[in-house]
Design a protein around this ligand. Sequence first.
Ligand code: 5GP
Ligand code: ZN
Length: 113
Amino acid sequence: MSDCIFCKIAGGDIPTELLYESEDVVAFNDLDPQAPVHVLIIPRRHISSLLEIGETDAILAELQSAAIEIARQRGLGETGFRLVTNCLEDGGQAVFHLHLHLLGGRRMGWPPG
Ligand code: 5GP
Ligand code: ZN
């Protein structure tokens, strides 16, 4: 999608250090980190939100597997981490290209704000 910032990152149009790359998934650091580790894991193709994923689409499992691999690489395998996906307005979604937030390196609060 031409005006989508995450499509531009995935396509290399906005130079960004990619922490993980596969055929379908890329990951990079969040611009405004909310924890010592704050990585965004996204599909290469444009999917606007969780609600747009087709029933037979395996992309969620791929995103989660990538997130777990990155979490281990970043040393979160012992202490744990949080995976978050915000969906639409009430969920607090600001960028309408599906992404998982991998957050770690500090104790997370609950309930979320
Ligand atoms: P959302 O609120 O949609 O779940 O999260 C969007 C996230 O994308 C925010 O944490 C924000 O800091 C991050 N973000 C927005 N624009 C950019 C960008 O151009 N580059 C990077 N690396 N992160 C971005
Ligand atoms: Zn996009």
